[in-house]
Design a protein around this ligand. Structure first.
Ligand SMILES: Nc1ncnc2c1ncn2[C@@H]1O[C@H](COP(=O)(O)OP(=O)(O)OP(=O)(O)O)[C@@H](O)[C@H]1O
Ligand SMILES: [Mg+2]
Length: 319
């Protein structure tokens, strides 16, 4: 088993609103191994983005990381001085988001924006920075990169913009790339191409990859392991094949049942009920109100994560 690159332990993040506290992340624990692709999957609002922002210390007021540890390459990111943290962000850990165009600065050319990343995070000379920019754009599949890099963001299609974001993210050779819904804003064929690109780049450049998505089918294609998140906690984590063949948590089963080909239903509507309000979560297992297997004890205490089979963890007392 590959060595752990990132470990998140018992992470809690809440938003302190005027009249309520939104417990967005409530004890998230998982690790990412060197070079692997980990899928973090769950319904809208379950805390995927807040988990990613918390680990990079990018949560804004009124949000606060309350407790937990984020260990990356032997350092605790939650206690690192801000100056060191700035070098980690964009350098060792890169992040890309759902709306590539919103993340690019409209007033600067692509070339300027990639070179700026290289200027901040590397010691390359100006000529080398230019060479690396062309090389990167070529790697992510931008045709005629030396010309296209003179373009402004508005001249790119959605798919091209995501390729440019990817080039920028990979420019400093990160050890970890976190992609939050990187293809949700793109149409299906472009989405498939971008996912293939991530896989190919991962083989070539060897970085670990965290793919955040609500789409378990996308995870199944792109990830080595999958972590399933529900209402602020991880409920199951296992290697992709194992999770697909032998899902143990009732929520994971519900997600998989909603896949086309498994049943006639496509959407998560196949799990009746809705995610609990994060400002008023019930005691016990957060899934108990929707769970077909719930019994009295499920409403009393949040179950611990248990290793049911080698490397297959689940948070359910009924398994
Ligand atoms: N700035 C904020 N202020 C108040 N609540 C917030 C804030 N940001 C996030 N939340 C809440 O935290 C919870 C988790 O949000 P998060 O964005 O992590 O969900 P997500 O799993 O990424 O969902 P999606 O799939 O829609 O992106 C949600 O209930 C959300 O409303
Ligand atoms: Mg999100």
């Amino acid at each position: 088993m590959a060595e752990e690159l990132l470990r998140i332990d018992d992470l809690h993040t809440s938003f302190f609103l005027e009249d309520s506290v939104v417990r967005a992340v409530e004890g998230v624990t998982f690790s990412v191994r060197r070079g692997e692709a980990l899928g973090l999957v769950g319904e809208s609002g379950c805390g995927k983005s807040v988990t990613a922002l918390s680990m990079l210390r990018l949560v804004q007021e009124p949000g606060r990381v309350l407790r937990g540890r984020v260990t990356f390459s032997g350092r605790d990111l939650l206690t690192l001085p801000e100056s060191a943290m700035r070098r980690v962000r964009g350098g060792e850990i890169a992040m890309i988001f759902q709306e590539p165009k919103a993340a690019l600065n409209p007033v600067f050319t692509i070339e300027f924006q990639i070179q700026e990343m290289l200027r901040v995070h590397t010691a390359l000379s100006k000529a080398d920075r230019r060479r690396r920019t062309v090389e990167l754009l070529d790697k992510v599949g931008i045709a005629e990169p030396a010309q296209r890099m003179k373009d402004y963001p508005h001249q790119l299609s959605g798919g091209q913009a995501q390729r440019v974001m990817t080039a920028m993210a990979l420019s400093c050779r990160p050890k970890l790339l976190v992609a939050d819904e990187p293809t949700t804003a793109l149409d299906v064929t472009v989405q498939a191409r971008i996912m293939r690109l991530f896989r190919q780049l991962q083989e070539e450049i060897e970085f670990a990859f965290v793919l955040i998505t609500h789409d378990i089918a996308l995870c199944a294609q792109a990830a080595d392991r999958i972590a399933v998140m529900y209402a602020g906690v991880i409920v199951e984590i296992a290697a992709t094949r194992e999770l697909i063949r032998n899902p143990l948590h009732p929520y994971t089963r519900g997600l998989l049942d909603s896949l086309p080909g498994r049943t006639a239903r496509r959407e998560l509507r196949s799990i009746p009920g809705t995610v609990p309000d994060p400002a008023a979560k019930p005691p016990g297992c957060f899934f108990s109100s929707r769970c077909p297997l719930a019994e009295a004890r499920c409403r009393d205490e949040l179950p611990e994560m248990r290793e049911i089979a080698p490397d297959h963890w689940v948070r359910c007392v009924r398994v």
